[in-house]
Design a protein around this ligand. Structure first.
Ligand code: SF4
Length: 273
């Protein structure tokens, strides 16, 4: 019988890469998310605050239930059971945005896109094009590192059926908007993995001070839009927003997304100046 798993890892209790400490302030509702995101003095503290958030009752209950029950393949593992914070370079040229962590991926490992099939595809591609130090991302503390890139999700907690509600997206938005704002001085390209991330990133970009085109361009694999950067950016030339089909199991199994297609997106992002 495997040992029982607590519903979440206590902040600052020794989990590798845990950005939080026991005293990190916890948001318990939408208003507190907005307040704590706006008041975070730097990116590290912002990520710490993201990682202990309890604002969405349904998602808190779900992520912790999954952490206690676990999937049979991971029955001997401890699950993270907390929101998955932004991760990667603190001054990235490329920001990669996904929808939300997977129940047995990020919600288990505590690192975005880590420990599931989508992440396997994603990190292999990033490594091939020189944006990740290793071809796999297995667990926090495994030595993986992004090179000039950073990842974040539009919703930070694993949702049932991978479907956050509109209210949950709105509640979580200030975390992403503030993260986008914090990295804006260095970012040259934003890559959105999937149509939901494409939809979810626009309000965050606007809140972070980007001038976005209207109407919004349609999502597609390789879709592009140019954005005027916020005043905090070091350069005045446009930032590239780039769409990519999500490397989900369904998309990769059916050939809707291939390695070459994914590599082409990240090569475009890498080489954009
Ligand atoms: S989804 Fe976002 S706002 Fe909701 S509990 Fe998770 S981190 Fe907090």
């Amino acid at each position: 019988m495997p040992p029982a798993n607590p519903p979440f890892v206590p902040p600052g209790s020794g989990w590798p890469e845990d950005p939080a400490a026991p005293a990190t302030p916890v948001a318990h509702g939408a208003g507190e998310v907005a307040e704590l995101a706006a008041g975070a003095p730097d990116l590290r503290e912002l990520c710490a605050r993201q990682s202990v958030c309890r604002a969405c009752d349904r998602l808190v209950e779900w992520r912790e239930k999954v952490a206690v029950q676990r999937r049979r393949a991971f029955a001997d593992e401890r699950y993270w059971g907390r929101p998955v914070a932004g991760w990667g370079d603190e001054r990235p040229r490329i920001l990669i945005v996904g929808l939300a962590p997977a129940a047995h991926g990020g919600n288990r490992t505590g690192r975005i896109f880590t420990g599931d099939r989508s992440g396997d595809w994603l990190f292999a591609s990033l490594h091939r094009v020189g944006l990740a130090a290793r071809p796999t991302s297995v667990r926090a503390g495994d030595g993986q590192r992004l090179i000039g890139a950073r990842m974040a999700a539009t919703v930070r907690c694993a949702p049932p059926d991978n479907k956050p509600t509109p209210l949950e997206r709105t509640t979580c938005l200030p975390w992403l908007a503030r993260e986008v704002e914090q990295v804006a001085p260095s970012v040259r390209c934003v890559v959105c993995l999937g149509g939901f991330a494409w939809q979810g990133v626009w309000p965050a970009l606007e809140q972070a001070g980007y001038a976005v085109p209207r109407p919004r361009p349609k999502f597609g694999h390789g879709a592009e839009a140019e954005l005027a950067p916020p005043p905090s950016a070091s350069r005045r030339d446009p930032v590239l927003l780039l769409g990519s089909y999500h490397p989900s199991q369904q998309n990769t199994f059916t050939g809707r997304v291939t390695e070459d297609m994914l590599d082409a997106v990240f090569i475009r992002a890498r080489d954009f100046h």
